[in-house]
Design a protein around this ligand. Structure first.
Ligand code: PLP
Length: 365
């Protein structure tokens, strides 16, 4: 018998998250330099970090020997101001993924359930599994979350319902009416979690913050990883009624967001220009891909985010063939979509290169 026998079963049984293939690893395997690789696999910002964030982070480096502000006073205040709430409503995390974990750590155990949509972000399932909870998957016809069906699925054991809006990997969004109807039906023992990692990309997005302000059991998750271009820093946040945010605070490590990340995030939040440039580039790139897919008769899911799901047939093969030519996309078998790939919208030249390589791969099929 090895020590493994004594490990928590929920941890051992976990199928690990498979991130987008790193640029360095790909370059090493292909014998290329990293500059020759196009990575459009993790919905990162093709314009890079906010320039204001870079300046703030360089300054923060000088103080790197000092522990960060564990309470995140300045960052939480800046976030609160940006959404018209109080600092007590804000919890910061090592990426918004950490807030997902804190929610699960706080509310799940073996006798509880988490509800999510069939093609929802896969981390919800991983976290439910990690805490031994039952994972309930609700069908999402046309890849759109069916909030009525998700409300129907709630039982006495349900604690968390995750709604990714817009969702990753589908890019679809639920509207205000559906959300309002869902919240009306939300029982007191359940928290609705709106994961809004891509909420800055759609021209118009539903308002979920009103429910936090009203003190409903609602937690809204946002991140600096996408529109602000700070994925490598790992910083995100949750917005919740103060009593809920307080409990989540207890579940985190004392210094969960590092000092460089806090400084970068504060500056990024104020950088409206970088955000609007990113949005504009994304709109143009999305239009480019949609037009290209139409011409080629490729089925795709109209997206409100900074990536698009396209049906290429055998996504594993398309991923592998594209990889050989230095373009990293994401295969979707893990999402039970073996015939699809997900492409993150890049710069104009990245988009053109990606399409060219996709063409060469599909035509040899
Ligand atoms: C990218 C993404 C996040 C952000 O994760 P971070 O930990 O903040 O980098 C959260 N939710 C979804 C659905 C995402 O796609």
């Amino acid at each position: 018998m090895t020590i493994d026998t004594y490990a928590n079963r929920f941890v051992c049984d976990l199928v690990a998250y498979e991130p987008g293939k790193p640029i360095d690893e790909t370059a090493r395997e292909l014998g290329l330099s990293p500059e020759q690789i196009v990575k459009v696999a993790s919905n990162e910002n093709p314009l890079g970090p906010s320039p204001l964030a870079k300046i703030a982070m360089r300054e923060a480096l000088e103080e790197a020997h000092i522990y960060p502000d564990g309470g995140g006073y300045r960052l939480r205040t800046a976030i609160a101001e940006s959404v018209g709430m109080a600092r007590e409503n804000v919890i910061i995390g090592n990426g918004s993924n950490e807030i997902i974990e804190l929610l699960c750590h706080t509310f799940l155990n073996r006798s509880t359930e988490l509800i999510a949509a069939e093609h929802a972000f896969v981390v919800y399932k991983l976290m439910a599994t990690l805490f031994g909870a039952k994972y309930i998957e609700v069908e999402d016809p046309g890849f759109v979350h069916d909030l009525d069906a998700m409300a129907d699925a709630i039982t006495a054991d349900t604690r968390l319902v995750f709604i990714a809006n817009p969702n990753n990997p589908t890019g679809t969004m639920v509207d205000q009416e559906a959300i309002d109807r869902f919240i009306k039906r939300l029982p007191e023992h359940v928290i609705a979690v709106f994961d809004e990692a891509y909420i800055e990309f759609p021209a118009e997005a539903p308002d979920t913050l009103r429910y936090v302000r009203e003190g409903r059991n609602v937690c809204v998750l946002r991140t600096f990883s996408k529109i602000h271009g700070l994925a490598g820093l790992r910083v995100g946040y949750g917005l919740a009624p103060a009593h809920l945010a307080d409990i989540l605070q207890k579940a985190r490590q004392p210094f969960n967001v590092n000092a460089i990340a806090q400084a970068g995030a504060i500056a990024a939040l104020a950088d409206k220009e970088h955000a609007s440039n990113t949005r504009q580039l994304n709109l143009e790139g999305m239009a480019f891909y949609e037009a290209a897919f139409k011409v080629r008769g490729l089925e795709y899911v109209p997206s409100h985010a900074n990536f698009v799901l396209v049906k290429t047939g055998d996504g594993d093969r398309v991923f592998a063939e594209m990889l050989k030519q230095g373009v990293i996309v994401r295969a979707m078998r893990g999402y039970k979509l073996p015939d699809w790939i997900r492409i993150s919208i890049g710069t104009r030249s990245q988009n053109e290169r990606c399409l060219e390589v996709l063409d060469s791969v599909i035509h040899t099929a």
